[in-house]
Ligand binder design. Sequence first.
Ligand code: ATP
Ligand code: MG
Length: 344
Amino acid sequence: MARFPELVFSGVQPTGNLHLGNYLGALKRFVEMQATHAALYCVVDLHAITQPHDPAQLRQATREVTMAFIACGLDPAKSILFNQSRVAEHAELAWVFDCVARLGWLNRMTQFKEKAGKDRENASVGLYNYPVLMAADILVYRATHVPVGDDQKQHLELSRDIAQKFNNDFAASIAERGHGDAFFPLPEPLIQGPATRVMSLRDGTKKMSKSDPSEYAHIALTDDADAIVQKVRKAKTDADALPGEIAGLAGRPEADNLVGIFAGLSDETKEQVLARFAGSQFSVFKSALADLLAAKLAPIRGEIIRLRDDPAYIDGVLADGAHKARAIARPNMEAIKDIVGLIR
Ligand code: ATP
Ligand code: MG
């Protein structure tokens, strides 16, 4: 297959306050990738309207996610930061991909099943179609690497299937137009580190999510030290002391989760964390974890609060980012139309 220049793309939905899972699974990774790669980081507002929403809150959340991007260390001069709906090519390519993806593929998507719940007949078509738009988000830039949390693995596999099928279905046209043997790269998920799936603090078998109604289930990036201490203290655990080795976390989802969070924050492996806390009671470990969390989140929280006073700056970042993103997306979309046979 043709070689593609390395390009990173990832997105975050403006569906509520960002939490520790978003930070460890996504934003912290975005910042690391920024040092070595050209990257686009997108506030995926078109994904946020797949479920009922309030327009004023959506606008606010779009700005808040942008502030969190910057507060965590993304630099609008290095990476392209923008909101998805500004670049119409995402939605345009999604339609082409709707005609490439198969119903059977989408029927297997577990996120739809979870989010639609019992009343599936009443879910929006957009919620069902979400992974196809996500494939378009990535592939409209022909991005090669996608840092995400573990929950997005299945959607990334679908993106690869769509890219592959498009390359196959239109192989002759792709070659004829001078694009070699493939127009799209098969985007690689980057799901790395000790905290790719941060779980709810109330239930170690449930993903920490923005949409979780329980206050104590998640730690928000804007929680202050008091809130962090409270939430960590109340976090569910079992009665045993911490084990010295990973094997001792088996069947203990809450303990495993807290150790993973610690490791993710301190840039250690879970083994290293356990070596330090082997035999400790949770009271001791939780107190160290709360201190670490408070120390790591304080500068992010401070920066978000500072940026809230400057909405014009945030809007400027988004406008400028959209302009740069469009400059990549537009020629790609034109080439796609030519390949498919759409006169322009
Ligand atoms: P929602 O409940 O609205 O889907 P969310 O918390 O899942 O919100 P998303 O905007 O869907 O957040 O996801 C943004 C990024 O954060 C994705 O890369 C996703 O994989 C990652 N992510 C989300 N939740 C977690 C988690 N609990 N642990 C690790 N990564 C996560
Ligand atoms: Mg999600």
